[in-house]
Design a protein around this ligand. Structure first.
Ligand code: IDP
Ligand code: MG
Length: 178
C-alpha cells in the first residue's frame, strides 16, 4: 500500500485541524447543560437511548452518574415551581428511584438540548424529540434539561461534587467544530 492509501485509511484529521484542540483554544468559555434522565427513564430502560441522542448530536459528556436524589436536593432543583399544585407530586416522582445526572458541553448546548428533549408536555413534543418519541404525559416526561446557560452552571454545581466532572477533549472535536 502506498503512502497516500495509508493516510486515507487512517482517516484522521490533518495536523492543522488537530492543532485547533490545543489548550489555548479549548480554554475559551464553554457552555454546559445539566441533563438528567428522570426515574421513569431509568425504570423504562431508556438510559442508553437518551444518552446516545446527545452523543450523536456531537456534544461532549463531562459528567455522568446514577444517583438516588434526596428530597432536599429535588426541592432546591425545582425551587421556582414550589408554589405549583403539582410540586409535591414532582418531588415524589424525582425521588422515586435513581436518576442519571449528566453534564454536557458544547457551543449552544443549552438551547439545542431543549430542542432535542422537546416540549414539556410529551403529547405536544414534536416526533423526533426525546419526549415526542418516548413519553405521553407531563408528569412522566423522562428527561430534564437546563433552560439557560446560567441555570446550566447552577444545576451542574448543585448535582455534581467537586472532582466528579472530567476535563477531557474528544478526539472527534476537529470533525465537529471548524
Ligand atoms: P421543563 O422540564 O420542560 O423545563 P418546567 O415547566 O420547568 O418544564 O417543569 C419542570 C418539570 O415539572 C416538568 O418537566 C415536569 O416533570 C413537571 N411538571 C411541569 N408541569 C407539570 C404539570 O402540570 N403536572 C405535573 N408535572 C408537571
Ligand atoms: Mg424547566
Amino acid at each position: 500500500m502506498d503512502a497516500m492509501a495509508v493516510l486515507a485509511r487512517t482517516s484522521r484529521p490533518a495536523p492543522t485541524l488537530l492543532a485547533t484542540t490545543s489548550p489555548a483554544v479549548s480554554r475559551r468559555p464553554v457552555e454546559q447543560s445539566y441533563i438528567m434522565i428522570k426515574p421513569d427513564g431509568v425504570q423504562r430502560g431508556l438510559v442508553g437511548e437518551i444518552i446516545s441522542r446527545f452523543e450523536k448530536k456531537g456534544f461532549v459528556l463531562k459528567g455522568l452518574k446514577l444517583f438516588q436524589c434526596p428530597k432536599d436536593l429535588a426541592q432546591e432543583h425545582y425551587k421556582d415551581l414550589k408554589e405549583k399544585p403539582f410540586f409535591p407530586g414532582l418531588i415524589e416522582y424525582i425521588t422515586s428511584g435513581p436518576v442519571v445526572c449528566m453534564a454536557w458541553e458544547g457551543d449552544g448546548v443549552v438551547a439545542s438540548a431543549r430542542k432535542l428533549i422537546g416540549a414539556t408536555n410529551p403529547l405536544q413534543a414534536e416526533p423526533g424529540t426525546i419526549r415526542g418519541d418516548l413519553a405521553v404525559q407531563t408528569g412522566r416526561n423522562v428527561v430534564h434539561g437546563s433552560d439557560s446557560p446560567d441555570n446550566g452552571k447552577r444545576e451542574i454545581a448543585l448535582w455534581f461534587k467537586e472532582g466528579e466532572l472530567c476535563e477531557w477533549e474528544s478526539v472527534l472535536t476537529p470533525w465537529l467544530v471548524e
